[in-house]
Write a protein that binds this ligand. Sequence first.
Ligand code: HEM
Ligand SMILES: N[C@@H](CC(=O)c1ccccc1NC=O)C(=O)O
Length: 275
Amino acid sequence: MGSVSEKGIHTDFKDNMTYGEYLRLDKVLSSQERLSGHHDEMLFIVIHQVKELWMKLILHELNAAIAAIEKDELPEAFKMLARVSRVQEQIIQAWDVLSTLTPAEYTEFRESLGRASGFQSYQNRLIEFALGYKQPHILKIYEKDQDLARELKSAFEAPGIYDVAIHALRQAGFPINLDLLTRDFSITYQGDPTVAAAWLEVYRDVDRYWDLYQLAEKLVDIEDSHQQWRFRHMKTVERIIGSKTGTGGSSGVKYLRSVLDHQFFPELWDVRTKL
Ligand code: HEM
Ligand SMILES: N[C@@H](CC(=O)c1ccccc1NC=O)C(=O)O
């Protein structure tokens, strides 16, 4: 068995550890229980589990990128944000796999899902919080689970990636409204003329502000892909359940279409009109 090394690194591993032990495949591969017993429910479970795993990586990278930007270590953050973008490509592509599920096939096991819904995916909420989208009613969904509620509340109150990007603008000398740096981060950012003016300057003088320009374009990549994922979700839902109401109690596709229009980084989209 391993121990703690001189550098304090935990080396608690079994000498003859196997591939399956390392990856905890006993847990991972015994977690696909088809409640209906229907053949196509396997696809449904695997798609969701893979998505949750990719979201775990996205959160790991996004949170580290937020910390790096806060410390003004922009190149480190670019590496992480580029990885987030590649993962987003994977999860967008995954809709093509789920689209092989026909309405008739889904109907066969939909009832066994009860009132469970992707609406309850807390990792999805943590990603939206990291991107700065904070809707207070979302926290109520998780009130019953205290540990989870605590984790979500802390992410809800923490600065999102755009908040630290605004901090980086200030660090670079732009005259950013100081209230933005100490604001209540549990409120979704509403836009500010000093931030708009700073990004415009960055985009007009790319050579001078190369790192900030890179940061801005990485953020646009991420928002663009996040919205593509949500759009594909809405269209896939439409082709599988039409306009049926959702198991989570919403109006279904109508609800999903209505939540598509939120912009995470408003000035980065507005700046395009001014260039
Ligand atoms: C047959 C496939 C699917 C159907 C029919 C479906 C349907 C729905 C519906 C109707 C909603 C609205 C809430 C409700 O009333 O239930 C919803 C929300 C949601 N679904 Fe799905 N979904 C499917 C697949 C997926 C997959 C693969 C994921 C990935 C994990 C996912 C993640 C989500 C998320 C995150 C929400 C919350 C959206 C928001 O509030 O902005 N769904 N889904
Ligand atoms: N809301 C879906 C059900 C659903 O899709 C779902 C159910 C359980 C676990 C994950 C799900 N995926 C996304 O919403 C429906 O209304 O059919």
